[in-house]
Design a protein around this ligand. Structure first.
Ligand code: GLN
Length: 489
């Protein structure tokens, strides 16, 4: 292959188009990386990145260009430029979960999902900002400072994977990875007007993902089109000897069969669409959308969901309990933050490290989690919440016996202003009402940026399918993205 001069203008549409351009010589991986590095610099004020691996990404791009030139076949993610949330381990690179307690820490191994990206030819361009230990809905709780929404800098980008969402939103990379424990991929995708997929619990190995709440955590994908997201999912999914919860369920060729079934049975929770917390314009848009689906011949029916008021408390009891246990390993003894004037006895040293190293939101959740697990309150809170989770799982199984798809809003409102909910944790937590359901039950969920609000901000719809039915989820998503996406006016 003859190498052509680097084109002045690089524009990205999809992995397929990009790789065709690479093959016919109208583009190079080096040109792509330069383009994204420039963008990252231009958008620096949004604070989406905490680390940019410029030299390394360029070096890898050069290698890939040289491999192609010498006739090597392209791997599926050849040259695809990807950013990682700062909770994903990448050997010999900084890893902090946006927390002071891990400042200066360097990853000693690579997460399985990241390893798979690299094996498939991807280029990692940097680590992105997030809420500390992935706890938050606004990206205001980060040791690196807040991330701004690229559409309106006065608005939050959503959280906790706000940096990964803004990186894709503002074309600082082709795709990015985040983590979703209660909505941290779907909600920022919604606030930023891009796609956010949370796969089935266990679809992607969690090895190398810093744990927040292990029975909820799942790596998720941000992108701008479904074929890209489907390809990435196909590559990073599958069993893993390092994570016993990573499922052996076969990984389908998600990206190769994106034609949807003709007629779908679609359910929605009436209580959700009638929820007083839901913005009326979002509610009416979603109702109209469902009416349109009905007219197309799909069955669209409400199902009773009597548990709506219980899902947020259940989520916060169980996740804080798991967090209090997971985060006990951060004690300053072997790695991470160490106070300068450290206290002489071990117990005071632990207290000092954790008091100084963790931010307030994380400390609050560790305390809450310790409380719900304490002997006097265990049954009243933790056991009760486990029982509610079981009811939710049973309910979900019943729904998916009769329906192919479940629809919900992503969030009660569009992106809100900084500080608007910071002093009111209850209202902040309640805003997770529509996303925590899929983490409590383990089903996959996707946020699709189909609509624009009269306030000028994007919002979408959340679709869910049964466990491990990502293929049908991606098929409908592709159809809706191609045919029903509103243009901003
Ligand atoms: N907003 C939710 C929380 O603060 C979700 C976090 C997440 O998914 N990581 O717990």
């Amino acid at each position: 292959m003859k190498s052509k001069p680097v084109p002045d203008l690089f524009s990205y549409e999809s992995i397929a188009k990009y790789q065709t351009d690479l093959m016919n010589g109208s583009c190079t991986c080096v040109a792509a990386v330069h383009f994204y590095l420039d963008k990252i610099e231009q958008q620096a004020s949004l604070n989406a990145f905490v680390q940019v691996y410029a030299e390394e990404a360029l070096e890898r791009a050069r290698q890939l260009d040289a491999e192609r030139a010498s006739g090597h076949p392209m791997k599926p993610l050849h040259g695809v430029v990807i950013a990682l949330k700062d909770v994903l381990s990448y050997k010999d690179h900084p890893l902090t979960a946006a927390s002071n307690i891990l400042k200066g820490f360097t990853a000693i191994y690579t997460a399985t999902a990241v390893e798979k990206l690299l094996e498939a030819g991807a280029i990692i361009i940097g680590h992105t900002n997030c809420d500390e230990f992935a706890m938050g809905s606004t990206n205001e709780h980060s040791a690196y400072g807040k991330v701004l929404n690229g559409i309106d800098n006065t608005k939050v980008p959503g959280g906790s994977s706000g940096g990964s969402a803004v990186a894709v939103q503002t074309d600082c990379c082709m795709l990015s990875l985040g983590s979703d424990t209660g909505g941290s991929v779907r909600q920022p995708a919604d606030f930023c007007g891009i796609i956010g997929l949370k796969p089935t619990y266990g679809r992607i190995s969690r090895y190398g993902l810093i744990a927040y709440a292990s029975s909820f955590d799942q790596i998720g994908i941000f992108g701008k089109n479904i074929p890209d997201v489907a390809l990435l999912l196909e590559i990073i999914s599958g069993p893993d000897g390092f994570d016993s919860t990573a499922s052996k369920e076969p990984v389908e060729s998600y990206s190769k069969s994106l034609t949807p079934k003709d007629k779908l049975r679609i359910a929605y929770f009436k209580e959700a669409l009638e929820s007083p917390s839901l913005d009326p314009e979002i509610a009416s848009t979603l109702q109209n959308f469902m009416e349109k689906l009905r007219k197309e011949g799909h069955i669209v029916q409400p199902v009773d969901f009597e548990y709506l008021d219980y899902i947020v408390p259940t989520y916060y009891i169980l996740t804080t309990a798991e967090a209090s246990s997971n985060l006990s390993r951060f004690d300053g003894v072997r790695f991470g933050y160490r106070p300068v004037d450290k206290k002489p006895d071990l117990h005071s040293f632990y207290c000092q490290t954790r008091s100084e190293g963790f931010g307030w939101e994380v400390k609050k959740r560790i305390m809450l989690g310790s409380f719900v697990l304490s002997s006097g309150y265990y049954d009243a809170y933790f056991t009760k919440a486990q029982q509610v989770r079981k009811l939710l799982v049973d309910k979900t199984n019943l729904i998916f016996n009769n329906f192919d798809l479940l629809l919900l809003p992503n969030a009660p409102t569009t992106a809100f202003s900084f500080g608007e909910k910071s002093n009111d944790p209850i209202s902040m937590y309640l805003a997770d009402i529509f996303t925590v359901f899929s983490n409590l039950t383990g089903v996959p969920g996707i946020s699709l940026p189909l609509f624009w609000h009269s306030n000028g901000l994007p919002f979408g719809i959340q679709a869910m399918t049964n466990r491990f039915s990502e293929l049908s989820l991606l098929q409908v998503s592709n159809h809706w993205m191609l045919h029903y996406r509103e243009e901003k006016n």
